[in-house]
Write a protein that binds this ligand. Structure first.
Ligand code: NDP
Length: 294
């Protein structure tokens, strides 16, 4: 019987694994879950009918999903699981990982007969709960076709190229999120200093050419309300923008705006806090301008 294992039950992984468990139950498959803090895996098993297992047991699955903070944690769990892997399995890494980590991980897994797909996701915790995530996949197309039916948390799946391409697309996407979030924050800080009502300004921007996801959703719902709900950590966004900057260097490209944004988000992470919601980066802009965006 096909066994699916999901490793990493964080803000994204927990609801993604819930979809996987529901799909497995409906399809006569087995769903295993593992989490560093075991109590979360036990709670997941109780709530969704999955089975909480050890890393060694998870390694025996036919399809292994990971959703961990960075590629470094994926390499850590890989080291433990390596001797126990099942030849012919596919490892689907949904972490927003680093393209430079993919070749070494791919080789280690290939030596055990396991195929690696980098498959980061977009859509936030709301998309994970709804099962409507966009998945950007790098790696062999035939391996993607083999696991495609198991991507129970996905609304849209796009094969973007060879191994590492999924990580690259995700990093650039999130760097663009960083650019629009930061730039809109700067614009609103200037308007606040000019005495303009920010709700009215945002209303205009959202019906005009300056609009973005940051202006239409994030800033109105999270910043002007002063709620900053922590669904996607500032440290993770800074990490993603940093990966885009690393990628620029690796391909000898020129992307100064992305590099600048990565540096600004890193500064905000230090000043505001890595665990704060990513929209709290705008608190640094507030300090720079001595205004509050409300
Ligand atoms: P969380 O911080 O909510 O969860 C992190 C998970 O990784 C937890 O299960 C945590 O376990 C586990 N973990 C942390 N360190 C280790 C370690 N050293 N070894 C093993 N497990 C570890 O992160 P998210 O769910 O928000 O993010 C996960 C990935 O998804 C990241 O790459 C992020 O960039 C990406 N992402 C996040 C989105 C979001 O909106 N949050 C949207 C799209 C992508 P424990 O419970 O023990 O702490």
């Amino acid at each position: 019987m096909t066994t699916l294992a999901f490793l990493g039950l964080g803000a994204m992984g927990d609801p993604m694994a819930a979809h996987l468990a529901r799909y497995a139950a409906a399809s006569g498959l087995t769903a295993h879950v593992w989490n560093r803090t075991d109590s979360k895996a036990q709670a997941h098993a109780r709530a969704h009918g999955s089975s909480a297992v050890t890393l060694e047991e998870a390694a025996g699955a036919d399809v292994i999903f990971t959703c961990l903070p960075t590629s470094a944690e994926v390499s850590e769990v890989l080291s433990v699981m390596e001797p126990h892997l099942n030849r012919g399995a596919v490892w689907v890494d949904c972490t927003s990982g680093h393209p430079q980590a993919a070749p070494a991980q791919r080789e280690r897994l290939a030596a055990r007969g396991v195929t690696l797909l980098d498959a980061p996701v977009s859509g936030g915790t709301a998309g994970a709960q709804a099962g409507t995530l966009t998945v950007m996949v790098g790696g062999p197309a035939d391996a993607l076709e083999a696991v495609r039916p198991h991507l129970a948390f996905a609304g849209k799946v796009v094969h973007v190229g060879q191994s590492g391409a999924g990580f690259a697309v995700k990093a650039v996407n999130n760097a663009l999120l960083g650019v629009t979030l930061w730039a809109t924050g700067e614009g609103l800080a200037v308007l606040a200093r000019a005495g303009v009502d920010l709700g009215a300004a945002l209303d205009v921007i959202n019906a005009s050419s300056g609009r973005s996801n940051a202006s239409q959703n994030l800033i109105g719902q999270r910043v002007l309300t002063r709620e900053f709900p922590a669904t996607f950590a500032l440290g993770l966004l800074a990490k993603d923008a940093g990966i885009a900057a690393d990628l620029t260097g690796e391909v000898r490209g020129s992307a100064p705006l992305l590099a600048q944004t990565a540096a600004l988000l890193r500064a905000a992470e230090r000043v505001v806090g890595a665990d704060e919601d990513h929209t709290a980066a705008l608190k640094l802009i507030e300090q720079m301008n001595d205004v509050e965006l409300k």
